[in-house]
Design a protein around this ligand. Structure first.
Ligand code: FMN
Length: 353
């Protein structure tokens, strides 16, 4: 692998992914790089039909485009280049070229992160609102809608927080969360996952969280309102934001989710550039995708009804008609998060060089 391609892929893999699953594999042949989906990295209901992974691949692709230009390369992309191989998501051909990095986003690839703190409840600066809106120009058919209405933000915070309530009431999702959590920075660096300190838990919850690995304990606590308390706590954090936004598409093809990921990454990097903290809130939307897509047996009847009710809140607030809402997020002004996640070394993702 040339040094140029190494640097481009290194920037690529700082991309976000659901629960930091990092679902990519690279096969490198000269200046051609094939990128495969690693479906095993998330077999949960969040990733029904690989949609969460496809969004993450979109983020990776956007990073690669931005990094290639900034590092003196032209990148030509083919999406799903081989019909017979759906795991082959993208193929890049790199050539040396002097192109202008018009986005100016390259320096923010390394700085971008998820910030789960409460943010200041102040409006977005109009310049920031405009830059965010412009950032996705030219990316497929993705639509972005934002709201800064405090009442809407409060209701959307409740939608976001339903995810955590369901996680603490659904055994498979509870297992999935604790399987991915890493408990110390050094362990996270050795085997990167979902690092506990990035959850920004308040001190008592941080201390008690290890105990909540026990499903019998959590089931018992739920009989006295534990999961509802978790929802309330998260709702309070999520509503501390300047704006909430959604990304949606008219259709639900695999390509749509790649484009959603590319748009998400553009918005996130633009937000980072302007000092805005950012957190995706996607659980309930991915649950809705799974329920619509025939995976309803992985949820209780009560949870299905709650997810449908909360999805309708999103549709109403953002005037969604026939579009499918894939991503919701919050943005706002805040300092640095308390901690950051790690990544596996690039070598771990290379299947052929
Ligand atoms: C498709 C997708 C869905 C995500 N959903 C959520 C979410 O619902 N809540 C959340 O706090 N973070 C969410 N994240 C953020 C990831 O957990 C985060 O990107 C990952 O742990 C790596 O951390 P970093 O973003 O700080 O690099 C999501 C990221 C992606 C790409």
């Amino acid at each position: 692998m040339s040094e140029g391609i190494r640097q481009i892929l290194q920037a690529g893999i700082s991309a976000p992914s659901g629960e930091n699953s990092q679902p990519w594999l690279f096969s490198i042949d000269g200046n051609k790089v094939d990128i495969f989906n690693n479906a095993q990295r998330d077999t949960s209901v969040y990733n029904h039909n690989q949609r969460s992974h496809l969004v993450s691949h979109g983020c990776l692709i956007e990073n690669i485009f931005i990094a290639a230009v900034a590092l003196g390369h032209h990148a030509r992309l083919e999406l799903f280049p081989e019909n017979a191989n759906p795991k082959l998501i993208s193929r890049f051909h790199f050539t040396a070229a002097e192109e202008q990095d018009e986005s100016g986003l390259f320096p923010y690839i390394a700085q971008r992160c998820t910030n789960r703190k409460p943010y200041k409840k102040i409006p977005l600066l109009s310049e920031h609102r405009e830059r965010i809106a412009q950032s996705i120009t030219g990316i497929g058919e993705v639509k972005l809608k934002l709201t800064e209405d405090p009442v809407a933000i409060m209701r959307l915070a409740e939608v976001g927080a339903l995810n955590e309530k369901i996680v603490f009431e659904n055994r498979a999702l509870h297992h999935f969360l604790f399987e991915h959590l890493t408990w110390t920075k050094s362990k996270d660096e050795r085997n990167p996952g979902f690092y506990i300190d990035t959850l920004e838990l308040p001190p008592p919850a941080h201390f008690l969280f290890r105990m909540f690995q026990s499903w019998p304990l959590v089931s018992f606590l739920n009989t006295i309102g534990f999961s509802t308390l978790i929802k309330k706590g998260n709702q309070n954090v999520y509503q501390a934001a300047s704006a909430m936004g959604v990304l949606m598409t008219e259709t639900k093809y695999d390509l749509d989710y790649i484009n959603i990921g590319r748009a998400l990454q553009r918005i996130w990097l633009t937000a980072t550039k302007h000092g805005l903290a950012f957190q995706p809130l996607t659980g309930v939307l991915f649950f809705m995708q799974a329920i619509d897509g025939g995976a309803s047996k992985r949820f209780s009847t009560e949870h299905i009804a709650q997810v449908q009710k909360h999805y309708k809140i999103v549709q109403k607030i953002f005037d969604v008609e026939h579009e499918s809402v894939a991503i919701m997020f919050r943005m706002g002004y805040d300092g640095e998060p308390s901690a950051r996640t790690s990544r596996f070394p690039l070598e771990n993702f290379i299947v052929k060089n």
